[in-house]
Structures are given as structure tokens and as C-alpha cells.
Write a protein that binds this ligand. Structure first.
Ligand code: NAP
Length: 484
């Protein structure tokens, strides 16, 4: 069986992420028998909850996420224990260590520990340092760390954080979350690229005209202004999610479907990214903020009018860019990326536009292959085809495939897949430090260029960004692909 024994210590056990994502994910693993009898979860945070209260919270969280099997939910929640704990207080780690040891005996766990840092990143180094000084890591079994994003604010802070956690954990014990890597359709890019020989044969600069990545959100900043004001779209979305998709789209074929082999080609894909000077970054990247507008008959505020946002905020809520790789196979092929809040609709999608040409049928436009990552999941291949009933007149046809809502609902959610990977000791879908170092270095140049510029263009809420984001594509007759 795939059953894994573990004591899971959840820092931030009363937090939003734990409630909305992590408890339902653990329940999924429980239902699939990966967590069975020999596990316990210790939730920690400052508020003084009892075990009973905590178990009630866990039941509610699973039910709110759609769980219906009351008996299983109750049985699951019996594995949860709460320890009030201030992560800055060394004494608390001693209590935590004792409780973990006691539960380890009670559930016959055998020493395995999973530490989940699901709280504000300012605490990550403190926790890691105390786990070491109070000797929480066990000598038998595995000790694994799951760490949430954001992993740093720039290269220097990411490096400092990494130094702090690697003082306690070895690289092979660290699982840095980028939940996009847990998404089915992000993982599906690998199968698409490497399980179809004809596609492999045309995945190069001879055939590809451009690559596009769009991560569009329809929502505004919501209640996250406190965090978002210090981040912005470039740090919140480009450095991590966009970059990870970009690596999947531009990397060489890995030697095997193993974590080592995949991380090796991804690291090379980031190494191959064509580095811009600040001046080039200014020319090839566009930032903007959403402005007030009427969206679906409703007046929505502009970013600077949102609660918690400075009236003169210089935080980007939209980024578009033209990137290049120095990998000889794709050198010169523009990679257009864009992401933002308050865009026309929520969709993450990537499109490969192939080159058109002249032939028997005259000049024909290039075919386009799109992978829909969320909320739709599927593929569209748009190509030139003969019109029905005509001798040789062409029209564009769409070969469409979408996974059904039912199939999507039945598949495990990203967090369940990712925590399952950690329990199995599989690092494939997690960020290696070298990848973070490379992506931060790339993004830092853009941040620096922007910091010297006092202009902040706007776009109306409910649009697809500022005009400048469309002008980026003008050179060479490129066009954003944006079909539902
Ligand atoms: P949150 O709701 O603010 O939760 C913070 C948790 O930390 C609470 O349980 C809080 O409980 C606890 N806490 C705060 N100070 C503490 C201290 N000194 N000692 C011990 N516990 C303390 O945050 P979140 O939204 O869950 O986010 C957690 C992490 O996940 C962050 O890194 C975030 O960036 C990441 N993330 C969140 C989401 C999301 O959807 N929420 C999505 C992606 C990534 P007490 O007040 O009781 O101490």
C-alpha cells in the first residue's frame, strides 16, 4: 500500500490557507489511504484552542470544501491535536517536541516528521532556527519541510531565507511550494511535449513563431492589500508561476521522468533565459495598475482606491513582457507573458503559435496550440482546413478538448497532489533553490528598472491591460491569443 506514517506539524494551524486548502487536502489523502491509521497532525498558532475545538474546525474546513462522508470526516479529525505556540518563543518548541514524541508512540509512527510552514514568511527563518536549536528533527524516519510562498522579496532576501532553512534542513528535505506545479494541466505540458513525437519535431525556432503565457485574474486585490502592496504582480506571479510554466515550455527533454532529471533541464532553461540590462527591461516589460471602471454593470474601484492601498501606490497589478531564451533551439522566438488582476476573466492558458507559410493554398496563417490550465482544463488546436462543400477554400477550424467539470472535480486538488508528493519523498513538483535564485535574479533587474521610473500607466478594470501590453507584440505581427 502507499500508506505513509507521519507526525505533521502545521505552523499556522488556525490560518486561512490551512482552513481552505490544507485540511481538505489532508482529508483527500486520508480518503485515498495514504494517511490511514498511523498519523497525527499537530496544529499550532497563538490562539488558545482546545483539541476539541480544533477538531471541530478541521471538520468544518473539510465540509466547506465539499466533504460529505460525516463518519470519515469525524474519524479523520480524531488525528488532530492543537498546541498553542508562539513561534518566536523557544520554550514552546520543547513542548512541541514532547507532544510529537508522545503522538509518535501512540500512533506507531516511527520518527517521520513533516513540518509545514503555513504562516507569514517573516517567521520562516525563526521556525527553522528553533527546530534546530531545540532539536526537533528526529534521528529515525524522514524529516521534511514544506514551505509556502513568497520565498523572498528579491534575490538577497530569498538567499537569506534559504541560508536560514538550509541551516536546519538539507536540500533533499526541503519542499518549496509553487502550487501551480501541482496543477494537472501544468504537469500535462510535459506529456504533451514529450509523448508526441510529431510535436517534439516542430518544437523549435524553425516552426514556432511565438510562445504566450497568460495568467489572468478577474478579482481585484481583495483583502490582501497588506501583502500585495509589498509584492505586486511581478513578484507575486511572474517570479514563480509564470517562470515555472515558461520552463516547462522552453526546457530540453529530460533524460527521465525523475525529479533530478527534470530539475536539471529546468535549471538549464532558467540559465538560458536571455538576461536584459535595465534599459532593455524597461523596453520589454510593461507594468500598470487597474483603474476604476464599470464591469458587468457594477462600478469597481481602481487599485489606489482599494482598502489598505496607498493613494500614490507604485505597486504593479499588471505585468506584460517579451522574453527570450538563448537556448539555440528556440533562440529568437519571443515569449510573451502577461498577468494581472481585474482582467476580463479568470484564465490561465499558454499558446504556441506556429509559423504560417506560402504553399499550394496560398499564404496560410500559422496554427495555434493552446493548453488551458485553469479554470478550464483542456486543449485547443486551431488550424487551416478546407471549408465543407468547397474545392479548396480554407477556413480556421478548432480541435477542442476540455475535461468535464465532473472529471476535474474527481481529480485531486493541487494541494492534495503536492502534499502526497512530499509524503512520497518526490521533489519533482517543488522549487529547487537554484531555480529560485535564477528567477529572482531575472526579476530583480526589472524591479530595479521600474524603481527608477515614476510613471504608472493604468488600464480600466475589466480590460486586458494597458495599450502598451499590446504594443509589445506589434513588432513581427504577433497577437495575444485570448479565446475561451
Ligand atoms: P493567515 O491566515 O494570516 O494565518 C497566519 C497563521 O499564523 C495563523 O494561524 C496565526 O494564528 C499564526 N500566527 C501568526 N503569528 C504567530 C506567531 N507569532 N506564533 C504562532 N503563530 C502565529 O495566513 P495564510 O493566508 O494562511 O497564509 C499562510 C502562508 O501561506 C503565507 O506564507 C502565505 O503567503 C501562503 N499562501 C496563502 C494562500 C491563501 O490562500 N491564504 C495562498 C498561497 C500562499 P494566531 O493568530 O492564532 O497566532
Amino acid at each position: 500500500s502507499n500508506e505513509v506514517n507521519a507526525i505533521i506539524i502545521m505552523f499556522g494551524g488556525s490560518g486561512d490557507l490551512a482552513h481552505r486548502k490544507l485540511y481538505p487536502a489532508l482529508f483527500g489523502l486520508f480518503q485515498h489511504g495514504i494517511l490511514k491509521d498511523r498519523f497525527a497532525v499537530i496544529g499550532t498558532a497563538r490562539r488558545p484552542w482546545s483539541d476539541d475545538h480544533y477538531q471541530g474546525v478541521v471538520c468544518d474546513s473539510v465540509k466547506e470544501a465539499g466533504g460529505t462522508d460525516d463518519e470519515a470526516i469525524a474519524a479523520f479529525s480524531q488525528h488532530f491535536y492543537y498546541q498553542s505556540h508562539d513561534v518566536t518563543d523557544a520554550d514552546h518548541y520543547v513542548t512541541l517536541k514532547k507532544l510529537a514524541a508522545k503522538l509518535d508512540d501512540q500512533y506507531h509512527v516511527g520518527g517521520n516528521r513533516l513540518y509545514y510552514m503555513a504562516m507569514a514568511p517573516t517567521f520562516f527563518s525563526t521556525i527553522a532556527t528553533h527546530l534546530k536549536s531545540e532539536a526537533l528533527l528526529t534521528d529515525t524516519g524522514f524529516n521534511r519541510l514544506i514551505i509556502e510562498k513568497p520565498f523572498g522579496h528579491d534575490y538577497d532576501s530569498a538567499k537569506a531565507l534559504n541560508d536560514a532553512i538550509t541551516g536546519t534542513f538539507k536540500e533533499e528535505q526541503i519542499y518549496r511550494i509553487d502550487h501551480y506545479l501541482g496543477k494537472d494541466m501544468a504537469q500535462a505540458i510535459l506529456a504533451l511535449r514529450f509523448a508526441n513525437p510529431w510535436l517534439k519535431a516542430v518544437w523549435n525556432k524553425e516552426h514556432i513563431k511565438d510562445i504566450q503565457i497568460t495568467l489572468a485574474e478577474a478579482v481585484g486585490v481583495e483583502e490582501r492589500a497588506g501583502y500585495y502592496e509589498s509584492a505586486g504582480a511581478l513578484r507575486d506571479m511572474v517570479q514563480n508561476h509564470v517562470m515555472q510554466l515558461l520552463a516547462y515550455l522552453t526546457m530540453d527533454e529530460p533524460k527521465a521522468l525523475t525529479s533530478e532529471a527534470i530539475h536539471e533541464v529546468k535549471a538549464k532553461a532558467f540559465d538560458d533565459l536571455h538576461r536584459y540590462t535595465e534599459e532593455e527591461a524597461r523596453q520589454n516589460f510593461v507594468r500598470a495598475q487597474y483603474a476604476a471602471a464599470t464591469v458587468d454593470g457594477k462600478q469597481v474601484p481602481g487599485y489606489r482606491e482599494e482598502d489598505g492601498v496607498a493613494a500614490d501606490s507604485m505597486t504593479d497589478t499588471f505585468v506584460a513582457g517579451k522574453m527570450l531564451t538563448d537556448n539555440p533551439k528556440l533562440a529568437g522566438v519571443p515569449i510573451f507573458i502577461r498577468t494581472g488582476k481585474r482582467l476580463t476573466r479568470k484564465s490561465t492558458q499558454v499558446t504556441i503559435t506556429f509559423k504560417g507559410g506560402d504553399g499550394l493554398f496560398g499564404t496560410t496563417p500559422g496554427d495555434q496550440l493552446t493548453v488551458y490550465i485553469e479554470p478550464n482544463e483542456g486543449y485547443t488546436l486551431e488550424l487551416n482546413a478546407k471549408k465543407l462543400g468547397e474545392a479548396s477554400t480554407l477556413e480556421r477550424e478548432w480541435l477542442n478538448m476540455r475535461h468535464t467539470d465532473q472529471a476535474i472535480a474527481d481529480a485531486p486538488e493541487a494541494y492534495e497532489r503536492l502534499i502526497g508528493d512530499v509524503l512520497a519523498g518526490d521533489q519533482t513538483n517543488f522549487n529547487h533553490w537554484t531555480e529560485l535564485a535564477q528567477t529572482w535574479r531575472y526579476v530583480d533587474v526589472i524591479s530595479k528598472a521600474w524603481a527608477k521610473d515614476q510613471t504608472m500607466p493604468t488600464y480600466p478594470a475589466g480590460s486586458m491591460g494597458p495599450k502598451a501590453a499590446f504594443d509589445l507584440l506589434k513588432d513581427g505581427d504577433h497577437h495575444w491569443y485570448w479565446q475561451p
